[in-house]
Design a protein around this ligand. Structure first.
Ligand code: PLP
Length: 400
């Protein structure tokens, strides 16, 4: 059939460009050691930064939630399936993030992707200029596309250019949107500067803190706590499928913004509410993040990052400076990164080779994702494997 042939040709083209992605099925919980095809691998892939995805207290809370609320929710939130667990979670999240926002309320979305799309499509209407950072996550890109706003892309980290663009805008409503931590490279957006510009130009600042929530800040409140920011202009998105170890996401902002989303955000309205058990489990996750256990896990994670940096004694390859759990390793060429990932996999380490979309690191590199569930020994093993792979590839060659 012609239609199938056309798709097959396109897929073959993807394959030749090494852009075709394959899935591997794992047969164990999300943890440092995972079972894949009958092998046990030491994984540095997940975004489970605090190791809560299979943490006994969180797993038990999920069981309790299922006992109490059953498996599925049955309807949408505005229909009949906004449960007590969902409501309690929103209250807990609003109270947690409250030091950084004015009159905050929180809204729980089924996924971070839907939260990004749901905020931008509801907040940025026809009369809006929407300023979007060039390396934003797909959720924000798609949200911008679905909005009716005039889309203006500003270059990665370029505050001077953004200032010029804001000054040149005559729109009555302006929205600036950015990732907080850029997912491929692990660098952090200059949020104090961004917020200053937004306040100066009367613009909303939508921050997607998917990689920062739970990880950054002394109490795990994320990037706003990391920088000590508070403003009525902030609209905050935190995912609950990464550091919080479960699933879903939340938007926190002034209560009026949240009420607007409840009434207008189609990805919130036109979908079945997530299983209340997820929200119930998240109550425990947030308690852990906000408490002493969370602080200890963040301290351990920071210690692992430092350990990786000191133990990776590299000659040509280079660990990109990053304060977050995402540690990018640049190997010189995309093909070398892919080969290194394949050698590591043979040796029992699962480290993804990723290509960042553009900008600073327009190369495929290794994305080492650390978790508080890793031990010092895990890091030592990875570092030793990487050092010897670099040696066997470049050893004996003078490189200066
Ligand atoms: C992971 C991620 C998302 C998507 O969140 P999900 O809960 O996985 O749908 C959105 N934005 C950013 C910046 C992310 O890193």
């Amino acid at each position: 059939m012609k239609l199938i042939t056309a798709l097959e040709l396109e897929l073959q083209r993807l394959g030749r460009g090494h852009a075709r992605q394959a899935r591997r099925s794992i047969d164990s919980p999300c943890a440092p050691y995972v079972e894949v095809d009958g092998r046990t691998l030491l994984s540095f892939c997940s975004n489970d930064y605090l190791g809560l995805a299979s943490y006994p207290r969180v797993v038990q809370a999920m069981h309790d939630g299922v006992e109490r609320y059953g498996a599925g929710s049955g309807d949408s939130h505005l229909g009949s399936s906004h449960s007590n667990a969902h409501a309690l979670l929103e209250q807990k999240l609003a109270a947690f993030i409250a030091p950084h926002l004015e009159s905050p309320r929180a809204l729980y979305f089924s996924t971070g992707y839907m939260a990004g799309v749901g905020v931008l499509s509801a907040l940025a209407g026809r009369d809006v200029d929407l300023f979007s950072e060039s390396l934003n996550h797909a959720a924000l890109i798609d949200g911008a596309r679905l909005s009716r706003a005039a889309l203006k892309i500003f270059p990665h980290g370029d505050m001077d250019e953004l200032a010029r663009m804001l000054a040149a805008s005559n729109a009555a409503i302006k929205v600036v949107v950015t990732d907080s931590v850029f997912g491929a490279d692990g660098d952090i957006a200059p949020l104090p500067e961004l917020l200053r510009l937004c306040e100066q130009h009367g613009a909303w600042l939508v921050v997607d803190d998917a990689h920062g929530f739970g990880v950054l800040g002394e109490n795990g409140r994320g990037v706003l706590e990391h920088f000590g920011l508070r403003s009525p202009y902030l609209v905050y998105i935190g995912t609950l499928g990464k550091a919080a170890g479960v699933s879903g996401a939340f938007v926190a902002a002034h209560e009026t913004v949240i009420e607007w989303l409840v009434q207008h955000s189609r990805p919130y309205i036109y979908t079945t509410a997530t299983a209340p058990a997820l929200a119930h489990a998240l109550l425990t996750s947030i308690d852990i993040i906000a408490g002493e256990e969370g602080a200890a896990r963040r301290a351990h994670l920071r210690q692992l990052i430092a350990l990786l940096r000191t133990q990776l004694n590299l000659q040509r390859w280079r660990l990109v400076p990053a304060e977050t759990a995402i540690q990018p390793l640049v190997t010189g060429s995309s093909e070398e990164a892919q080969e290194t990932a394949a050698r590591l996999y043979e040796q029992g380490f699962w480290v993804p080779a990723v290509r960042s979309p553009a900008g600073a690191m327009d190369l495929t590199h290794l994305r080492i994702g650390l978790s508080a569930a890793h031990t010092n020994e895990d890091i030592a093993q990875l570092a030793a494997a990487l050092c010897s792979l670099e040696q066997s590839r470049h050893g004996g060659r003078k490189d200066k």
